[in-house]
Design a protein around this ligand. Structure first.
Ligand code: GDD
Ligand code: MG
Length: 352
């Protein structure tokens, strides 16, 4: 049986000022009129081979997450609460321990709560292909054909065809967040995919690799689940155990090191909506290429994203701008420079 595990713990700082610590991007209706968490959960609802989802999120977001699931009529298998964020390797490890206790053969479909996938049928096919490969403990990734030498992604070099599959490959090499020059070589090579950040593996298979490469994380996550307790609809991970866990991503802790990874190429209309320009890209703009939301007035504006949350925003005679208005902060940026939004957040934090 396959259990969707939805990771809903990130901060989405590059979508400031809309995405904030109290209300990060996955809990906002950024792309559709549902939140990204809701769209992610609905995407994997109603597939016959999938169980109800397990959501992993920070303790401070528990009521928002529970309410957003209720709104779409989905009863989760559980909501695992992290007392502190320790990045994705521990979050996935906690979920793996939780699931293994329910079902020793549990297969997990790890999905970030903040990605866009346009093509649901190819996505379901990719998941089915991955499902056929993990019985012996392989860790399946979903590979996206790279469009640019992005340095914020993991890169997967494909090796030989995976045994018994005519679509998947063994992973020859996994490189998380290479520098620019390396990313350019990878894109030019043609044999590399972007890691989509979604994974499929047996809970047991992941925990075995984690115990080998990051035993401190494996031990802390196991203890956090064993000592954790139910609270209403939530499962609280033990605070002392989880706080003592080292912080690391699944990509650095496991995927770069394992020899049991496979990659399923996935042409699924994927975007991780990591920036305002990416959000502009995934949305259907109007005839002028503008994406607008809220009380917005545009005159002679093209290829821009303009968003008004609480006031009227009027923009005249400019191109390629991002304008985002919220009650307490306004962003105006060139669409090609929005990666620098992260620095605003760092700057504001340093002033606190
Ligand atoms: N529950 C929980 N707890 N979720 C978390 C935590 C945590 O501590 N940290 C991050 N997440 C969630 C984020 O919300 C996001 O949905 C997902 O896990 C991935 O984390 P990111 O922090 O966004 O990772 P990244 O973008 O730097 O890199 C990953 O994703 C890329 C694709 O978007 C890697 O897997 C890369 O290899 C990959 O290319
Ligand atoms: Mg990300």
């Amino acid at each position: 049986k396959i259990y969707p595990v939805i990771l809903s713990g990130g901060a989405g700082t590059r979508l400031w000022p809309l995405s904030r610590a109290v209300l990060p991007k996955q809990l906002l209706p950024l792309v559709t009129d549902k939140t990204m968490l809701q769209d992610t959960v609905l995407r994997v609802s109603g597939w016959p081979e999938l169980m109800a989802p397990l959501v992993v999120c920070g303790n401070e977001h528990r009521f928002l997450v529970a309410e957003q699931l209720r709104e779409i009529g989905v009863t989760p298998l559980g909501i695992l609460l992290e007392p502190v964020g320790r990045n994705t390797a521990p979050a996935v490890a906690a979920a793996a321990n939780y699931l293994r206790a329910i079902d020793p053969d549990a297969v997990m479909l790890v999905l970030p709560a903040d990605h866009v996938i346009d093509k649901n049928v190819p996505f379901a096919q990719a998941v089915a292909q991955a499902g056929a490969l993990v019985a012996d403990g392989a860790l399946a990734t979903f590979g996206i054909v790279p469009q640019a030498p992005e340095t914020g992604y993991g890169y997967i070099h494909r090796g030989e065809r995976a045994a018994g599959s005519d679509t998947a490959y063994q992973v020859d090499r996994f490189v998380e967040k290479p520098d620019r020059a390396t990313a350019e070589l990878f894109v030019a090579d043609g044999g590399y995919y972007w890691n989509s950040g979604m994974f499929l593996f047996r809970a047991e298979g992941y925990l075995r690799e984690l115990a080998e490469f990051a035993p401190a994380i494996a031990d802390a996550a196991e203890a956090a689940v064993r000592l954790g307790y139910r609270d209403l609809d939530f499962c609280r991970l033990d605070e002392a155990a989880f706080s003592s866990c080292p912080s690391d991503s699944i990509d650095y802790a496991v995927m770069e090191r394992t020899r049991h990874a496979v990659v399923v190429p996935a042409d699924i209309g994927w975007s991780d909506v990591g920036s305002w320009s990416a959000l502009w890209q995934v949305q259907q703009g109007d005839a002028q290429g503008n994406v607008q939301r809220g009380d917005v007035y545009l005159d002679g504006v093209t290829n821009s994203l303009v968003r008004a949350e609480s006031r009227i925003v009027a923009v005249i005679g400019v191109n390629d701008l991002v304008v985002v208005e919220t009650p307490d902060a306004v962003l105006v940026a060139h669409k090609d420079q929005v990666q620098r939004v992260k620095q605003i957040v760092d700057h504001l934090k340093s002033k606190e």
